[in-house]
Design a protein around this ligand. Structure first.
Ligand code: SF4
Length: 297
């Protein structure tokens, strides 16, 4: 009798697969020991996420911190001063140093891009951090119950599977409430979020069905809070789910198509004739030194 396999499906796995199946194969299956690289825009987003998470968790568990924050947000002009952030170890530079140390330990090189250079990185972070926190406390009622940075790894129900396979949906809810999901995005490509097709958007579909498996009910809404780092602005894209049988059936059909696509590609990912080389993509790929399918001119 053949054993059921266990495969993980996450938004980032699917995104990597769509970018190049070879990258997916190297990153999640073969895992060769190559020098890896990440970009300053990526770590900027990570630091902002961490800053929000530390802030909200402190607010939930430290009574004195909560008292100080409540006092700040009771004023008509909310301002989180650098001294306040430093006192509570929430300032950008500290989280930046910890993030760099973690990357160093994992032997991942951080490259500062022209659009986001080292010179202005900390300055920009110090300006942004307090603004992000101000936005969060204004937009989310932080006195209500919530969970932050909550990881999930949940078995996909059989109704979505055509093959005998075990797939786990995995990811992290940036911010999860009783009936709502909020995801923070830090991006230099904000246009991706201007018009979200909620019946097909893979991240919200994945989180929608995970929420149902985890909580026994469908969420009422999904929100992207988008921080556009190139134009220094925020915007919010919120969707209220109808949660009717008809709307759920449409989302189920689309989600199943993603799962079929994922499984089909996963199964042929070791064959490099299925990979997707392209000059620029290969130039910036971590695996280009070992990849036989790469194109370099
Ligand atoms: S070098 Fe090119 S073809 Fe090879 S894995 Fe990377 S992106 Fe894909």
């Amino acid at each position: 009798m053949t054993q059921a396999r266990e495969i993980k499906l996450s938004q980032s796995r699917l995104g990597t697969m769509k970018d190049c199946l070879g990258k997916y194969y190297y990153q999640y299956i073969e895992k060769p020991n190559v020098k890896r690289n990440t970009w300053s825009t990526t770590i900027f987003g990570e630091i902002i996420h961490e800053q929000i998470d530390l802030f909200l968790k402190k607010y939930q568990i430290e009574a004195s911190f909560k008292k100080e924050v409540d006092k700040i947000i009771s004023k008509s002009k909310i301002k989180f001063e650098q001294d306040f952030l430093k006192k509570h170890e929430l300032h950008f530079e500290k989280i930046f140093e910890e993030t760099l140390a973690r990357y160093k330990k994992e032997k991942i090189k951080v490259t500062f891009t022209r659009k986001f250079p080292t010179k202005t990185f900390l300055e920009f972070g110090d300006k942004w951090g307090p603004e992000v926190l101000k936005f969060i406390v204004r937009y989310l009622n932080i006195n209500e119950q919530f969970e932050n940075e909550k990881e999930f790894s949940i078995q996909i129900p059989k109704e979505f599977l055509s093959k005998k396979t075990t797939i786990k949906m995995s990811g992290i809810y940036d911010h999860k409430r009783e009936e709502d999901i909020v995801d923070f995005k830090t991006t230099s490509m904000p246009e991706k979020y201007y018009f979200v097709d909620w019946d097909r958007d893979i991240q919200s579909l994945l989180y929608y069905f995970s929420f149902k498996e985890e909580s026994g009910r469908y969420p009422k809404s999904f929100t992207y809070v988008v921080f556009n780092i190139l134009d220094s602005m925020f915007f919010v894209v919120k969707h209220d789910y109808a949660n009717t049988k008809e709307s759920i059936d449409i989302m189920k059909k689309n989600f199943k198509q993603y799962i079929d696509y994922f499984l089909e590609k996963h199964d042929v990912s070791s064959d490099n004739s299925n990979w997707n080389p392209e000059v620029t993509r290969c130039k910036f790929c971590d695996y280009n030194k070992i990849c036989k399918a790469k194109i370099d001119k």
